[in-house]
Design a binder for this molecule. Structure first.
Ligand code: S3P
Length: 446
């Protein structure tokens, strides 16, 4: 994406947002469905797959290592897998584009198969830390060569005779946990991951669905997840629920634009992803959940959201992992609330697609909102108004920064601009059309 010309965009204040927002499939679950489908024997059928660039890059990677993958209809894909340990060596490098989840999970998936794979990514991904993944993968017996600082490009020579690993994650990260579990699939014996704070558990749920033996025990040291290696995974039907992290944008827009009422059907209510909705409710948001159900091993419900008068809150550090991708949009909602919103324990935001604390703080300040930051916290001083009219916010190839500022513009007093909305296509290719259908005035600058 880094070689494509920037696409400046803006959003303007306007009337209420109304209607139904069918947000795309969950990004985390979409990556995992393709990777586990590729590591299974037989056919996996996926419906509701997110067709964003991040996930398409993962599909391409799985094909390059031997899986047969075909798109039948929009969102409907089939994967004929190669089985655990069955990946073939790809001819070229594996370019994961903008996707931290893609590159980190696939590194795990190849680390215990004796093939050599080189991974690259775009300018954003090439700045993100990879030692957090390559350090535990080396414990399985994989050989790793990385650029100075542990950055991409990274070459992994997978272990010939892998050994199982017991690993405590040093930071709350579902990507680290998942990389270790995927590597553990082709190691004999039991691989154990211990996490002090719970993180999204889609890998564990989906591994169970594909036939692996995996248990989670809650202990004083945290969650202890034990996987029995070398299972035969069998292809499955996977229905991908809609992404709560994408739902966050129309939900936030409806909350802050007067008169709005929006319905967002079929979104995942996995408790490891629910922190934003808990926080919004504490701020006074009018959220109604209807029709709770189970889809493909994940809890799902429909959400109705109405414009609300909001007040600032303190978000506890223990909640950070369950809403880690939602802090940029929360900081916009916080500006439209009355009083201070303090977000604690958010140091990980500094190593996402961009430094999200820095990106939001600068862009909000430019648009007239007062923000304080520390290395691991951000405080927004809400005055119930976003003046807007600032210089274009720098988005640093980060989809969530771009969408957050465009949502801000819908409730601001003057238009809000971003320097480049191109990265939105990584997770939410239909964002502009969906928001316009609700009545929003936003889009590419002429
Ligand atoms: C993800 C985990 C989180 C999240 C990312 C998706 C996943 O990253 O920010 O968007 O699918 O496992 P970390 O594991 O780095 O917290």
């Amino acid at each position: 994406m880094s070689n494509v010309a920037p696409s400046p965009m803006s959003a303007r204040p306007g009337g209420p947002l109304t209607g139904t927002a069918h947000v795309p499939g969950d990004k985390s679950i979409s990556h995992r469905a393709l990777i586990l489908g590729a590591m299974s024997v037989g056919r996996t059928r996926i419906t509701g797959l997110l067709e964003g660039q991040d996930v398409l890059d993962t599909a391409r990677a799985m094909r390059a290592m031997g899986a047969r993958i075909e798109r039948l209809n929009p969102g409907e894909w089939i994967v004929d897998g190669v089985g655990v340990g069955g990946f073939g060596e790809p001819e070229g490098v594996i370019d994961c584009g903008n996707s931290g989840t893609g590159v980190r999970l696939i590194m795990g998936a190849v680390a215990t198969t004796p093939i050599t794979v080189t991974f690259t990514g775009d300018a954003s991904l090439s700045r993100r830390p990879m030692r957090r993944i390559t350090d535990p993968l080396a414990l399985f017996g994989a050989e790793i060569i990385a650029r100075e600082g542990g950055l991409l490009p990274v070459t992994i020579r997978g272990a010939q005779d892998a050994v199982p690993v017991r690993y405590q994650t040093p930071v709350a990260s579902a990507q680290i946990k998942s990389a270790v579990l995927l590597a553990g699939l082709n190691a004999p014996g039991q691989t154990v991951v211990i996490e002090a704070e719970p993180t999204r558990d889609h890998t564990e749920r989906m591994l169970t669905g594909f036939g692996a033996t995996i248990t989670t025990e809650i202990t004083p040291e945290g969650r202890v997840i034990t996987l029995t290696g070398q299972p035969e995974l069998l292809g499955q039907n996977v229905a991908v629920p809609r992404d709560p992290s994408s739902a966050a944008f129309p939900v936030a827009a409806a909350l802050i634009v007067p008169g709005s009422e929006v319905r967002v059907p079929g979104i995942s209510r996995n408790p490891t992803r629910d922190g934003l909705f808990v926080t919004l409710q504490e701020m006074g948001a009018d959220l109604t959940w209807e029709n709770p159900r189970d889809e493909g091993g994940e809890p799902v419900a429909d959400l109705i959201v109405r414009h609300s008068t909001l007040h600032g809150v303190e978000v506890p550090a223990e909640r950070a992992a369950s809403m880690i991708d939602e802090f940029p949009i929360l900081s916009v909602v916080a500006a439209m609330a009355q009083g201070k919103t303090v977000m604690n324990g958010v140091a990980e935001l500094r190593v996402k697609e961009s430094d999200r604390i820095d990106a939001m703080a600068r862009g909000l300040r430019d648009n007239g909102v007062s923000v304080d930051e520390t290395p691991d916290s951000m405080t927004v001083h809400g005055r119930g108004v976003i003046p807007g009219g600032g210089a274009p916010a720098a988005t640093h190839l980060d989809h969530r920064i771009a969408m957050s500022f465009l949502v801000a513009g819908l409730a601001a007093q003057a238009p809000v601009r971003v320097d480049d909305g191109g990265a939105i296509a990584t997770s939410f290719p239909d964002f502009v059309r969906l928001m316009r259908n609700l009545g929003a005035d936003l889009g590419p600058d002429a």
